[in-house]
Ligand binder design. Structure first.
Ligand SMILES: Cc1cc2nc3c(=O)[nH]c(=O)nc-3n(C[C@H](O)[C@H](O)[C@H](O)COP(=O)(O)O)c2cc1C
Length: 396
């Protein structure tokens, strides 16, 4: 077999990191015995023809490869997000005590005799129709004989060399243009900003308009922007460094970089802190999906911080700071809205670092419903009031 130049191989593998695929266990049984392997290279070929067809690519050295060729049948079991242990077992990443990968889960036997994962999302039983070798892999085309739907859950996804499950863009359903009466107001906000104002904003609005209902989409900023474009969301609250000419946006307030440290830290008598003071301390890095992120912020001043923990959970990061493991930086509307409750934490402001603005982004469509218009106006005056009361507090 001709091996392609190593740079091409490297680039190929690096590029394929960006694909996202369902994770399947390909199984077989028959004269050549039982075998199974974890496969992400599975794709439908055609729903039409004599039988629907799909293909899988299996490495030529895998025992499952030879067994499929001899048994002439194979099963494709699409795993759910709860079944990564089965994927890891059949990929040889988890060792099984009795050396039998099949003992990691429960099975049923399909009509063709192939083992099927009992609680897969769906299992296809296939007759081998075509087999060709390309490079290191065999491409097996199977004619689907039977399909068993077994569980209704999210699929397990493999992307960027890690497992995950798909983000649900469609949690919030598309508005029916002809019948928007009584439909919920669909608002979105990134996770770390949500506690700072969303509960209060919604409850203040409901005080005035108790009949309105809301759908709240808590997602990464990129996903929220897509939701606005695709009309899955009416209004998204985002942190933006610069005005974006492609968005219909209203600035609500400035964000500040809040530095959170344990209350018994050496900053006891300070209200402000600078990046050069922080750079040598361990950073508990809150991934916010805002741009620029905290690491870029340090890099813009030629500093390299020391992240010891990365997380997208605001709660987790505050707990870690309270335990004295380091400090965190959070772009937030104001220190008074940071939900630190009874935690033993101190909040300082980061000096000389612009954190951008909290903006409200709405769909470009001009024909807003009255409800959306009203909520936009309400949100603007809500933030004006908050700014006023923050000013009053700081002057007193
Ligand atoms: C998420 C994931 C996807 C994989 N996809 C494939 C694939 O499409 N084809 C393949 O031959 N191997 C794939 N592998 C690798 C095999 O599962 C792995 O090499 C396994 O150890 C082979 O075991 P075997 O030698 O017992 O067959 C994948 C592994 C993982 C973790």
């Amino acid at each position: 077999m001709e091996t392609p130049p190593s740079k091409d191989r490297e680039n190929f593998l690096e590029g394929m990191r960006y694909t996202a695929s369902a994770v399947n266990i390909v199984t077989t049984d028959g004269g050549a015995g039982r075998a199974g392997v974890t496969v992400s290279a599975m794709t439908p070929v055609s729903a039409d023809g004599n039988k629907p067809t799909l293909l899988v690519c299996v490495h030529h050295l895998s025992p499952a490869c030879r067994a499929i060729m001899e048994n002439q049948v194979f099963g494709v079991n699409i795993l759910s997000q709860k079944q990564s242990h089965i994927a890891d077992t059949f990929a040889g990443r988890i060792k099984v005590e009795d050396n039998d990968k099949f003992s990691c889960t429960k099975w049923i036997t399909g009509k063709t005799g192939v083992p099927l994962v009992l609680h897969s999302l769906v299992s296809f039983e296939c007759q081998l129709l075509e087999n060709s070798r390309v490079g290191s892999h065999h491409i097996f085309i199977g004619g689907v004989q039977n399909t068993r739907f077994q569980a209704d859950e999210l699929p397990l996804i493999y992307s960027n060399r890690a497992y995950g499950s798909p983000a649900k863009f469609d949690v919030i359903t598309k508005r029916n243009e002809n019948n928007s009466e009584g439909a919920p107001l669909r608002i979105g906000c990134p996770a770390h900003l949500t506690p700072s104002f969303i509960p209060d904003l919604i409850s203040s609005y409901l005080d005035q308009k108790p009949s309105v209902t809301f759908s709240l989409l808590v997602e990464q900023q990129g996903n929220l922007l897509q939701s606005i474009t695709n009309d899955y969301c009416d209004i998204a609250f985002l942190g933006l460094a610069d005005p974006n000419p492609n968005l219909h946006q209203i600035t609500l307030t400035q964000l500040q970089h809040l530095v959170v440290v344990p209350s018994d830290s050496t900053f006891e008598n300070s209200t402000h802190v600078t990046l050069d003071t922080l750079v040598k301390m361990p950073l508990l890095y809150l991934e916010t999906s805002l741009y620029p992120n905290i690491i870029d912020l340090f890099a813009s001043k030629d500093f390299a911080p020391k992240p010891v923990v990365k997380t997208s959970s605001l709660d987790a990061v505050l707990d870690l700071v309270e335990r004295g493991l380091g400090y965190t930086i959070i772009p937030f509307p104001s220190s008074s809205s940071l939900p630190i409750y009874n935690r033993k934490l101190q909040v300082l402001e980061l000096k000389d670092c612009d954190a951008g603005n909290l903006v409200m982004v709405t769909s470009q469509k001009k024909n807003f419903s009255l409800l959306i218009d009203e909520f936009v106006e309400f949100s603007k005056s809500y933030f004006t009031k908050i700014q006023r009361s923050d000013c009053d507090t700081s002057q007193n």
